[in-house]
Design a protein around this ligand. Sequence first.
Ligand code: AMP
Length: 280
Amino acid sequence: MLVFKKVSDLNKYLNVKKQLGHTIGFVPTMGALHKGHLSLVKQALSHCDLSICSIFVNPTQFDDPSDLDKYPRTLDKDIQLLHDCGNDVVFAPPVEEVYPKDLDTSVEVELKDLATVMEGAFRPGHFEGMMEVVNRLLDMVNADHLFMGQKDFQQAAIVKEMIKQTNRKTTLHICPIIREDHGLAMSSRNTRLSSEQREKAKALYESLLFVKNNKHKLSIEVAKQKGLEIIQNAGMKPVYFEISDGDSLQALKKWEESSYPVACLAAFMGEVRLIDNMIL
Ligand code: AMP
């Protein structure tokens, strides 16, 4: 497996591969890798000739500076995990490579209400920063296929829209959420939870499952309320629990309003902010 830190070195390598007609699958991550990330790499390996995984903790998508400081960084372990699962290339650039001083990396996309709800309502600037880095990384990697997780449902919807509006040829694949045995969605942030907190945080999954199992039996309002209660009863502080249309991301008032409903939530377990979702 090759590890590149500089975009010029990565490009030299990729240009040769492109000339040979090899297809490139790309998995952008912020590191502290777990089985969820590795499932995306496995998808890239099975769909493409070459799998590239980037590891870059993107400062522009953190609305809270202490969240950025506390973000786990485990580069050596990540490289070992990627090597062991057969990944071809790691791109781990320093901030100056991604955001050189003389380059305008901002991206203009009309997101309408995709970015004003849920995460967008609570994390100002987060999606602008996320789009900026994904767009910049796609410029650097020139991927044919991009693999992202349904775990970040709103992020995936926004990247889909960005790819459409910027006329990129990259195909986006949204991959299933990988969970711990008891249901908690895997996340780099879970490393900041105690084992007791991890156990209790499975209530996030249980709240989503409850809503899925009671779809149409309960009104949207009551389903959301019950979901919130399950989270609160487990000692967590919910930020939001929304039932929305999976395409427009707008909150539903009645089940009949959407043939593709999704429940999305965010909650604090102690100081750690967790998100999860389930297609209903
Ligand atoms: P992150 O490192 O958190 O920015 O995540 C990098 C990519 O991995 C994103 O596309 C996430 O949606 C995806 N991802 C994170 N957690 C999971 C999970 N539990 N299952 C599947 N994909 C995930």
